[in-house]
Design a binder for this molecule. Structure first.
Ligand SMILES: [Zn+2]
Length: 310
């Protein structure tokens, strides 16, 4: 069974219930879990810690775009992961749009904001002792991070994990933005990131089981305020769920208006989409339904004769 763990499920305006975007898709069982992270909004690492998840348990981080509410905790994530590394772990793979490499460089590169602390923690005897106590050896290695600036396509296709990226319509040309479809052994989930409903997201989502969609506010509120461009409201999320054919719709990136009247939001969405609708909460996790079976015989494939056993 796979789970969606919601760390941050708000926008750029902090409130007691929500702030920023960050999610983990967790697949596996007691003998081994794979955790894939999408976005790294404010306080994501603190919220992970409260749930008992350490950045070292994340090998794949996908950034949808570079609005701060989606990546403001990246510095904390990178430094915490490095500080507790013994050097034996797999490198962190970060995937994101153009400028992701420069952002990482400006954080932990030679002249990055954290270069002073990287130097201090590498050279000071106290930090060296702490590193040795954790099982690391000296000299202390630097952060082990690979950055992949991607375009639309399939950035990851390995056993047990396939990820497809599609460009979305949000705030171009200032930020490129992506939606991601993440497929594991028992889950097929699309994260819209920030986007207005668009064909690319529909195409990306066709046949997926679950959709994690931006839902900034009630559609009527967005319209009333003239802020529909570049984002999705209740009706947009519902229509996206119908068009992709998913079974589950998780609403994220919500305003206080919507949080305060969540039942009304579910009613409004359910008038269009007849699958499961969840108004998510931070620090909660949700079971993901299995993706539908692929057809036994794909169109165009040669049918094999049935084997009849006696
Ligand atoms: Zn955004």
């Amino acid at each position: 069974m796979s789970r969606l763990i919601v760390l941050c499920s708000g926008g750029p305006v902090p409130n007691a219930e929500r702030f920023g975007s960050a999610y983990i898709l967790e697949t596996g069982n007691r003998s081994g879990k794979m955790r894939v992270m999408v976005d790294c909004g404010p306080a994501a690492v603190y919220k992970m810690a409260k749930l008992g998840i350490h950045p070292l348990e994340i090998e794949h981080l996908f950034l949808t775009h570079h609005h701060f509410d989606h990546m403001a905790d990246l510095g904390t994530f990178l430094m915490t992961r490095w500080d507790h590394s013994t050097g034996d772990e797999s490198p962190l793979q970060i995937y994101g749009p153009a400028n992701t490499g420069e952002i990482v460089e400006r954080l932990i590169g030679e002249k990055g904001a954290f270069s002073f602390d990287l130097h201090a923690r590498t050279e000071h005897p106290l930090s060296q002792t702490m590193h040795s106590l954790r099982g690391g050896s000296l000299p202390r290695p630097g952060p082990n991070v690979n950055v992949h600036e991607i375009g639309p396509g399939i950035p990851v296709d390995e056993p047990g994990l396939r990820v497809t990226a599609a460009a979305t319509e949000h705030v171009q040309p200032f930020h490129e933005s992506f939606a991601y479809r993440i497929e594991t052994a028992d889950a097929s989930v699309v994260f819209t990131g920030d986007a207005q409903p668009c064909d690319h997201v529909v195409e990306l989502g066709r046949g997926a089981a679950s959709l994690v969609s931006l839902c900034g506010n009630f559609q009527s509120k967005l319209k009333e305020r003239g802020v529909e461009q570049g984002q999705t409201g209740t009706l947009g999320a519902a229509e996206l769920a119908v068009e992709t054919g998913v079974n589950q719709l998780f609403l994220v990136h919500m305003s206080t208006d919507l949080t305060a009247r969540r039942e009304q939001a579910v009613v409004e969405v359910s008038e269009i989409f007849d699958g499961e609708v969840v108004v998510t909460d931070e620090m909660e996790s949700y079971e993901l339904v299995m993706p539908r079976q692929q057809p036994a015989v794909l169109p165009g494939a040669v049918a094999r004769p049935h084997i009849v056993r006696h």
